[in-house]
Design a protein around this ligand. Structure first.
Ligand SMILES: C[S@@+](CC[C@H](N)C(=O)[O-])C[C@H]1O[C@@H](n2cnc3c(N)ncnc32)[C@H](O)[C@@H]1O
Length: 285
């Protein structure tokens, strides 16, 4: 492993705003952000208090300083965490957590949050598959999935972060009215996600296959990530979906989905992406 990566790994181990595969964190995020705000130098997860009531009660819903009343938003596959940091700046009264497996990428966002004193931004280094271990039921208000690997091969569809397999995972901690956002440059992932929404009867709140051509753009969508800047598929078109996952997602429907998605075409840009990703993976190995 390169020297630079080792330095970044060591750095995030010392950062209070990064937790690596944390144990015993369910229900404790409000207390964690309290401690981060106080500038505690060594946050002891074991002794953090579990929020007594994850549904905000009138006792503290008007108290802007109380982290129990603050919304928690996750950025999944956050990479360098542009959304966690960007949203953290836009909404100082809310809390944001970026999740990614790669510590050297998380280091970037965590370092910026530390340098700029953003006490409402934290990161978890972990596989997304483990997120239900870290959050209690209803602890999360919103999820952003930003430029995830589209997992273009049909055989890898189950690894797409909007596959029902993952949506069932998010349902374990996302509030019932919680919103899920997908921002991607992959038409295949965009069309796949729309197919999932349609087949499982989910509530589509908003969709566009050309975000920046829209007349009115949600300011949150203007945050740009590292991968967005790479424009790997050379399409210059950003796709965006907002939806709600408050429905049963029957397992038996997954087999029907498996067949239905065979028809989703792969455009030329996706082939460029596949080659670029293969070259990048080879370089990183
Ligand atoms: C294409 S990058 C996008 C990063 C960032 N969102 C951006 O737009 O620049 C995808 C990221 O997802 C992360 N990732 C992929 N699968 C993951 C998993 N199962 N658990 C955690 N992170 C994962 C990778 O480490 C990588 O940083």
């Amino acid at each position: 492993m390169g020297q630079k990566k080792l330095i970044k790994f060591a750095a995030i181990k010392a950062y209070e705003n990064v937790l690596e595969f944390p144990q015993d964190m369910q229900g404790k995020w409000a207390a964690f952000f309290d401690a981060l705000n106080k500038g505690n130098t060594s946050i002891d997860i074991v002794n953090l208090t579990i929020s007594d009531n994850l549904v905000v009660s009138s006792d503290f819903s008007n108290n802007n300083d109380d982290n129990r009343s603050k919304k928690i938003t996750l950025e999944l596959a956050c990479g360098r965490g542009e959304y966690a940091v960007g949203l953290g700046r836009m909404f100082p009264e809310q809390n944001f957590i970026g999740i990614d497996l790669k510590g050297n990428r998380i280091w970037k966002g965590a370092s910026i949050a530390n340098k700029d004193g953003l006490k409402n931004v934290a990161f978890v280094r972990s596989q997304i598959e483990l997120t239900s271990n870290y959050f209690a039921k209803d602890e999360v208000d919103e999820i952003w999935i930003t430029f995830p690997d589209p997992q273009l091969r049909w055989s890898k569809a189950k690894k797409r972060l909007t596959h029902p397999k993952f949506l069932r995972l998010y349902q374990q901690f996302l509030k019932k009215d919680g919103v899920l956002h997908l921002k991607t440059d992959s038409p295949l992932l965009y069309n796949f996600t729309l197919k999932v929404i349609e087949m499982y009867g989910l509530d589509l709140i908003y969709k566009t296959d050309h975000l920046y051509a829209e007349q009115k753009i949600d300011p949150r969508c203007l945050i740009k990530t590292y991968y967005e800047g790479l424009d790997i598929a050379q399409s210059n078109k950003i796709h965006y979906i907002q939806f709600n996952i408050d429905k049963d997602l029957p397992l038996e429907q997954d087999e029907v989905l498996k067949e239905a998605i065979k028809d989703i075409p792969m455009d030329a840009g996706e082939l460029i992406r596949m080659e670029a990703e293969a070259a990048r993976a080879k370089k990183e190995a």
